[in-house]
Design a binder for this molecule. Structure first.
Ligand code: GNR
Ligand code: NI
Length: 176
């Protein structure tokens, strides 16, 4: 297993549309394993392969308190959406930012599991929000896209500044 680097907004690679997985093989299972490890370490409740710069339709999710109910969704698709709910969302690719987003509160979705078998499931509440958030990533979409352009611009500037500060050497005279 390995911890993968997570891309941060406004990295243009987060806008790549992910390609469907054609075969659930050892390479895809290794990717899912590494994504789960990366998601648990972050820590986050979900991760899309696009966030670790792999343009494939693979998602990991675990919304359980105990962090012991991993869900791997390959080529996930939403079949039905119902109702509207506003929830505060965060994203590992938009660190430190939490904003309310409206999404369907009840969905039906399908995907392939790690054995390549089709699964079909209903979800509501946090799981429904998380599945929608992750599928958005596979389509190059981020939760900040639902905010006003002013808010999104402020968030972009804040994260660009943080990225610059991490890249720069500390100014001369800085202790230690
Ligand atoms: O860890 C995460 N928390 C979260 C909270 C509310 C709505 C969506 C999420 S997903 C996020 C992890 C992430 O960035 N997944 O892409
Ligand atoms: Ni996210």
């Amino acid at each position: 297993m390995a911890i993968l680097d997570i891309l941060h907004f406004p990295d243009p690679r987060l806008r790549n549309r992910a390609k469907p997985v054609s075969e659930v093989d050892a390479r895809v299972r290794k990717l899912a394993d590494d994504m789960l490890e990366t998601m648990y370490k972050a820590p986050g409740i979900g991760l899309a392969a696009v966030q670790v710069n792999v343009p494939l339709r693979v998602v990991t999710i675990d919304i359980s308190e105990e962090r012991d109910q991993p869900l791997v969704l390959i080529n996930p698709e939403i079949l039905e959406r119902d109702g509207v709910e506003e929830m505060s969302e965060g994203c590992l690719s938009v660190p430190g930012i939490y904003e309310k987003v409206k999404r369907a509160n009840h969905i039906r979705f399908r995907a392939l599991d790690l054995e390549g078998q089709p699964l079909e499931q209903e979800a509501e509440g946090l799981l429904a929000v998380c599945v929608q958030h992750e599928i958005d990533h596979l389509d190059g979409k981020l939760f900040v896209d639902y905010l006003s352009s002013l808010k999104r611009q402020r968030i972009r500037k804040k994260l660009e500044k943080e990225a610059r500060q991490q890249a720069e050497p500390a100014p001369a005279g800085t202790a230690i």
